[in-house]
Design a protein around this ligand. Sequence first.
Ligand code: HEC
Length: 190
Amino acid sequence: MPRSGTSQGIVRAGIVRGGLVRAGIARAGLAALAVAAAVASSSVAFAQSADDIAAGRQLFLQKGNCQACHGWAGDGRKMDSQMPDGANLREIPLDREVLIKTVKCGRPGTGMPAFDRLAYSDGRCFGLKLSDLRARGLEMPDAPATLAANEVERLADFLFAKVVGKGPIDHAACVDFWGSDVETCKELKK
Ligand code: HEC
């Protein structure tokens, strides 16, 4: 697993904590690794500011245009009828690592595009290159944009805070999604 959630967490925690975490790993090996992972995940949680969430929402709605296929709320009610039917992300139990990989690599042979610019150039996605996809007849739509690794992280922060596992979109979930009682949410009030 080259890019596990844990190793990314450690890198981020390393930045926050000035390398202390990594030094610990070097000295005490596996036991320290477990501790470092725990520290890392708590730091990552703290690092999720309201700004990060807002940036992730903007990527979801605008640059990544995920809403075209998944709906603005990620519930699968797509905004563009010409687009493939995106999955309902609110109901699907996803782990962060799987979600990040899905966004970067897409799902070959389905309507889910790959957002990593280099996804099928060097084998980083499932060990496949563009020529392998073609040879296997695995089509994929072009992504609306490419996303850098840190943008995919922001997207994941946002999706886990506001979408994944949050159930159907009712008035409360809508206000939580947008951060205030916007017009769209007022329509959901009974
Ligand atoms: C062109 C349409 C399209 C766009 C744009 C799109 N998706 Fe998808 N997405 C799909 C489809 C179709 C599936 C279902 C794939 C399958 O059948 O497994 C999917 C599946 C997924 C899944 C996997 C859900 C599961 O079943 O485990 C995730 C996560 C996901 N999309 C996230 C995103 C995010 C985040 C974006 C924006 C960066 C995005 N998608 C943009 C069409 C799209």
